[in-house]
Design a protein around this ligand. Structure first.
Ligand SMILES: [Zn+2]
Length: 209
């Protein structure tokens, strides 16, 4: 559209249309528990009181479970794990890990997968805060799991439980890049909730492919 060719009245009408569209988008919210779209204030996070209460309980459970495990390291700008003294932490050396409490105040943190905690990494599947159709379809297989945005804000991490085994990467038929890890992998933990659930058992890669 050539904005310079518009009259003042046309410019005003255009501005009104843009602002109406913006406020419509702000009213349409996505419940962090069930994923359902609902109309609400721009700071509303849940579709109902029931889901607000459930969310509070689930968040506390997720955080208690993970923070009590001494499997944390500082998430460096290069995405690598670091110890408090600035030296590298190793995914295979527990003496370089710490509790979340020991690292609080030292910047962004990440978790060493293993001991029953696993994560599925969906890369590049979020555009302007909205998951792609392929990602949404994939997420339907993880009802009430804890899902958060990655550090870049362009990916999703599904956290859950699985026995330690070899990781796996694949691309789904609709083009979604999937990485499945349950050991020897450092994952940033952002707390940027996409779906607020709990740490559910994750299906094995072979069941998901
Ligand atoms: Zn809901």
């Amino acid at each position: 559209m050539d904005i310079e060719g518009l009259t003042d009245a046309e410019l005003t009408a255009l501005a009104e249309r843009v602002s109406a569209e913006q406020s419509r988008r702000q009213r349409s919210r996505r419940c962090e528990v069930c994923g359902v779209e609902f109309e609400g204030r721009s700071d509303a996070r849940f579709c109902s009181d029931k889901h607000r209460v459930a969310a509070h309980r689930m968040w506390r459970t997720v955080m208690t479970t993970l923070t009590e495990m001494p499997r944390w390291a500082i998430f460096g700008d290069d995405k690598a794990p670091y110890q408090r003294d600035g030296s590298r932490a190793s995914v295979t050396d527990p003496t370089t890990w710490a509790t979340a409490a020991e690292l609080t105040g030292h910047g962004r943190l990440g978790f060493m997968l293993g001991d029953g905690i696993a994560c599925i990494d969906l890369d590049g599947c979020v555009v302007d805060g909205v998951a792609t159709d392929a990602a949404r379809a994939f997420l339907e297989r993880f009802p009430y799991s804890y899902v958060e945005l990655s550090q870049s804000g362009r990916g999703l991490h599904i956290w859950g439980q699985a026995d330690e085994r070899k990781g796996k990467r694949w691309t789904t038929d609709d083009g979604l890049k999937v990485e499945w890890y349950s050991r020897e992998r450092f994952m940033g933990f952002t707390g940027e909730v996409y779906l607020l659930g709990s740490l559910k058992p994750l299906p094995e890669p072979e069941e998901l492919q």
